[in-house]
Write a protein of this length. Structure first.
Length: 211
């Protein structure tokens, strides 16, 4: 396996050094995960930053996460928000999720549950399972959105089918509160959404908080 990573590094490194943002992101992921090289958070941050500045949204999200956690760089909530916003606005589901997490907690940015729900929805609609779970929880409690059992059932079901345990527990609770009409409506929505999945190809993702 190490030999395969070394071969990949030999291919990607010249491209990264020449300024290719995708290659820079891949080199960053090798250093972040210790694939074919020793784990080096500082080197990972340096390569991700080059890639992020070159417009790679996955790297932008990873840079935000590294600032949020203090991995490879001094912890800086404001910088984390700035990079998550860039990634989120460009459509990166992980950036959208991470930005929503900070908004929901008021970490480095004014707490705004309604805005957090909007970003969770954007990521959830892209197939991001942790965002689906969190959006479902918000609909079940009425935090940041108007309480809606049908929407709660939909998003919790989508998350639960991918093994998000907290979603399964919440789904069971919300299901017990629903009328047969609400369940029928929710199941129709679930059937329409269940085939949508997130695009996970790309450099390894770093998230500051679990879903």
């Amino acid at each position: 396996m190490a030999g395969e990573f070394n071969k990949a590094r030999d291919i990607w490194l010249p491209l990264a050094e020449a300024g290719n943002a995708d290659a820079q992101a891949w080199i960053g992921s090798l250093h972040a995960n210790g694939d074919g090289v020793d784990v080096d958070d500082a080197a990972a941050f340096a390569w991700y930053l080059k890639s992020a500045e070159g417009g790679n949204t996955q790297a932008q999200s990873n840079i935000g996460a590294m600032y949020a956690m203090g991995n490879g760089v001094e912890k800086n909530a404001e910088e984390a928000v700035r990079w998550f916003e860039r990634a989120a606005e460009a459509g990166d589901a992980h950036g959208q999720f991470n930005l929503a997490v900070l908004l929901s907690e008021g970490n480095g940015i004014a707490k705004d549950l309604a805005k957090a729900a909007e970003w969770y929805r954007a990521a959830a609609e892209g197939g991001h399972y942790p965002s689906q779970a969190r959006l479902g929880h918000m609909y079940s409690t009425g935090h940041g959105v108007e309480k809606n059992r049908v929407q709660a059932f939909l998003w919790l079901s989508l998350a639960a089918q991918h093994g998000i345990g907290t979603a399964l527990n919440a789904l069971e609770a919300i299901s017990n509160q629903m009328s047969s009409e609400e369940k029928a409506e929710a199941l129709n929505l679930f059937d329409a959404w269940r085939g949508r999945t997130a695009a996970n190809a790309g450099p390894s993702r770093i998230e500051p908080l679990p879903g």
